[in-house]
Each structure stands twice: as C-alpha cells, then as structure tokens.
Ligand binder design. Structure first.
Ligand code: NAP
Length: 232
C-alpha cells in the first residue's frame, strides 16, 4: 500500500493508546507500540503490522536508543502514555510528584527530543501528537501533580511549535476531558457512555494526522458534554 504510514504510539496496552493502535491498524498503517508491560497486548499478537517494544518513556537512554537503532522511518508519533495519581496536595508525596512529572512531562520531552532527531536525520517533516488534559489548563484540586505535569507539557508543545517552523515538523497538543478508560474510572467509578469514548479520541487523532502540511491545530480541547461542564 502506497500511503501506509509508520506510526509510533506510546501507551498501547490500555485505554486511548490501545484504541489508537487498533484504529491505525484498521486503516492499513504499521504501528510500533510502546508501554512498560513486558507482554504485548493479546489483540495484536497475530497482526504482522504491529510491533511491540516494552519501554519506559521516562528513561531518556531507552527512548534515545529506540529512535537511534530503528531502521524504520517513522511518519507520525503519538505520545499517549501517562499516569494519574488521584491525590490532593496533602496526600501527594514527594515521590508521587516526581514520578508524575517524570512520566508525563519528562517522558514527553524525551519522545519529542529523540523523535525530532529521528525526523531530522531522515529528512522527514513528521508530526508528533501529545495527549494533554483539560486539568492541564484548569488545574485540579483532585490531582495537582498531574495537572502541573500536563500544564508543563502544554508549554513544551507550544515551544516546540515555534521551533517547528524551521524544520516543518508539526507538534500538536490534544487535551481531552473525561474519556472512559481505567484512568477516568479511578476518578469516578460510575462513568459509562455519558463521557467521551476511546474511539472518539482515536478518530479525532486519525483526522488530525491526515491534515495537509500547511495546516496545524495549535491546541485542541475536547470535553464530554455535558459531563465535563458539571464535574471539575
Ligand atoms: N482517560 C481520561 O479521561 C483522560 C483524560 C485526559 C487525558 N488523558 C490522558 O490520555 C493518555 C492515556 O490515558 P488513558 O486513560 O488511556 O490511561 P490508561 O488506560 O491508564 O493507559 C495508560 C497507558 O500508558 C502506559 N504507560 C504508563 N506509564 C508509562 C511509562 N512510563 N512508559 C511507557 N508507557 C507507560 C500504560 O501501559 P503500561 O502500564 O503497560 O506501561 C498504558 O498503556 C494519558 O496521557 C492521560 O493522561 C486521559
């Protein structure tokens, strides 16, 4: 297939990342999935277009090596891996704070840094899509470390975009509200189809990944309606 893309997706073992991998595989693309689990997700085991790498995005050495060693020329990178510790200020330990910033912010930085080097080395314009959060814009008393990690990610992506005008690489931030996954169920165990579904986000990202080079959504906020307007 001529227009088959090579796509790196982090956080593919669950939730939004898993759905993204399914969506792009169904469209005929090749997916290179990343997460910490040592086991590849069962549904992809017999798919020859799926490759799995067990890797922690918070390890700069591992991320650097992955992009340096790969013989594949990637077209698109989607950084979906993230963690949420649902703890207010009083219950957030220093370790919680560090771990959240390491995965959500430093991990995104590593993916951006070495992903960009990969695109430049291969003379590719490429695109990197990051998953932020509505709490990165509003803050949240329920999870200040998480909100800060996603707010810092927002500043990172806006900075990368300014540098991208030289390279032609497009960096995009998608900040969802509540999406039905294990993560959102840890916030509210009664969530069902009244909030965003993983395929809503996957289809939105598939659309974003197909926009022409002359076009960029500098940031996107998408909320569950009306749930996210009633629940902070
Ligand atoms: N669900 C929501 O309502 C919502 C709302 C706004 C934003 N988001 C964001 O959307 C993204 C996906 O969320 P989700 O709801 O799909 O979460 P999820 O179901 O908890 O999945 C998180 C994924 O990230 C992987 N992961 C975690 N830490 C990692 C690390 N250090 N290195 C590599 N992989 C790692 C996990 O796999 P392993 O455990 O195998 O590593 C898993 O595949 C996150 O960035 C989250 O902050 C979610």
């Amino acid at each position: 297939m001529n227009n088959q893309k090579n796509i790196v997706i982090t956080g593919v073992t669950k939730g939004i990342g898993l759905e993204l991998a399914k969506t792009f595989l169904e469209k005929g693309d090749r997916v290179f999935g990343i997460a910490r689990s040592t086991e590849m997700p069962e549904e992809f085991k017999s798919d020859e277009n799926f490759t799995y790498w067990s890797l922690h995005i918070d390890s700069p050495q591992a991320v650097e090596q992955l992009f340096a060693d790969s013989k594949i020329k990637f077209d698109l990178i989607i950084n979906c891996a993230g963690i949420l510790k649902l703890k207010n200020l009083d219950s957030t330990s220093v370790e919680d704070w560090k771990e959240t910033m390491e995965v959500n912010t430093s991990g995104s930085f590593h993916i951006a840094k070495y992903g960009t080097s990969h695109f430049l080395k291969n003379n590719k314009k490429g695109m990197i899509i990051f998953i932020g959060s509505r709490w990165g814009r509003s803050g949240s008393a329920k999870a200040p470390a998480y909100a800060a990690s996603k707010s810092a990610l927002r500043a990172l992506v806006k900075s990368f975009q300014q540098e991208g005008i030289i390279s032609g690489i497009r960096y995009i931030l998608l900040s969802p509200g509540s999406v039905l996954t294990e993560m959102s169920l840890s916030v509210d165990k009664d969530l069902t189809d009244n909030i965003l579904q993983t395929h809503d986000i996957a289809e939105l990202i598939a659309y974003l990944s197909n926009t022409p080079d002359r076009m960029i959504f500098d940031e996107i906020s998408v909320k569950a309606f009306p749930y996210d307007f009633k629940n902070d």
